[in-house]
Design a binder for this molecule. Structure first.
Ligand SMILES: NC(=O)c1ccc[n+]([C@@H]2O[C@H](COP(=O)([O-])OP(=O)(O)OC[C@H]3O[C@@H](n4cnc5c(N)ncnc54)[C@H](OP(=O)(O)O)[C@@H]3O)[C@@H](O)[C@H]2O)c1
Length: 253
């Protein structure tokens, strides 16, 4: 699918060293976008993403711990300078970090899950907003089905953090509409990336696939396609909305 209007847009994708972010960055490059490929710990992954991006368009590598205000500001400014502005911000960086049930979870884990998944979105959005106001651009936040259903074993705090991202999406959409800046989100279901290689057993992956109405787990590209739609002019009158990409695993009227 080609969205003609995306050609030449400047798109910053956080967490594009792996999985959903990497697939999203590459898909934007196929539209002719200039892409900010961001990483924290996985430099080799980000270099691979940029290599793929450069086959279709161009982009830059950016390194930051998205929990750290100074580092986030620095990469957003650096991207805007090198790209000549920002049209689209994809707040994708996030992680379950590990499985910790409420009963035994540490305060350190609580703080880290919220910093990684919620503070990161706040910091990047605030830093990018002046540029998005100028371009009348848009934001796509990556939430999770967990924000709706409470998540699986030991992922309740992560689920709650993703629910915060869902509510922030609506609140930001209201606040930024006056600037012509749209804010939407994508809620992935069970997507086969490093995330589940780390946090789920093969048995669980097979079980979820079998329970999913469309009969399989998702791919990073499945999610990227929804991000591109929301970022494009095809979604011009859509804001404060989400698209669930989960093969029918969790349906809501
Ligand atoms: N896979 C799923 O089933 C699923 C379902 C629902 C929601 N999600 C969400 O989708 C997003 C992408 O996940 P994924 O499945 O693609 O996982 P992934 O392959 O593990 O990628 C996670 C990305 O987030 C980055 N990241 C994590 N902590 C960071 C930090 N403190 N600072 C900067 N970057 C950080 C990682 O960067 P480095 O590796 O370079 O450090 C990596 O690029 C996440 O927000 C995740 O919560 C995933």
């Amino acid at each position: 699918m080609i969205y003609e209007d995306l050609k030449g847009k400047k798109v910053l994708v956080t967490g594009s060293s792996s999985g959903i972010g990497a697939a999203t960055a590459v898909m934007f490059s196929r539209q002719g976008c200039f892409v900010g490929v961001h990483y924290f710990r996985t430099k080799a992954g980000a270099e691979k993403t940029l290599e793929q991006v450069k086959k279709c368009s161009d982009g830059v590598l950016l390194c930051a711990d998205m929990r750290e205000p100074g580092q986030v500001r620095q990469i957003v400014e650096s991207f805007a300078k090198q790209a000549g502005g920002i049209d689209v911000l994809v707040n994708n960086a996030g992680s379950l970090i590990e499985r910790q049930p409420f009963e035994t979870a540490t305060l350190e884990y609580h703080e880290d899950v919220y910093a990684t998944n919620v503070r990161s979105v706040f910091l990047a959005t605030q830093a990018a907003l002046p540029y998005l106001r100028k371009s009348r651009g848009n934001i796509v936040n990556i939430g999770s089905v967990a924000g709706h259903n409470g998540g699986g074993e030991g992922s309740g705090l992560y689920a709650a953090a993703k629910a915060a991202v869902a509510t922030e999406t609506i609140a930001m959409a209201k606040e930024f509409a006056r600037y012509g800046v749209r804010v939407n989100s994508v809620f992935p279901g069970f997507i086969e990336t490093r995330f589940h290689q780390r946090f789920s057993s093969d048995q669980r992956r097979r079980k979820v696939a079998a329970e999913t109405p469309l009969g399989r787990n998702g791919t990073a590209e499945d999610v990227a396609k929804a991000v591109l739609f929301l970022a494009s002019e095809a979604a011009d009158f859509i804001t404060g909305e989400y698209i669930a990409v989960n093969g029918g695993l969790y349906m809501r009227a």
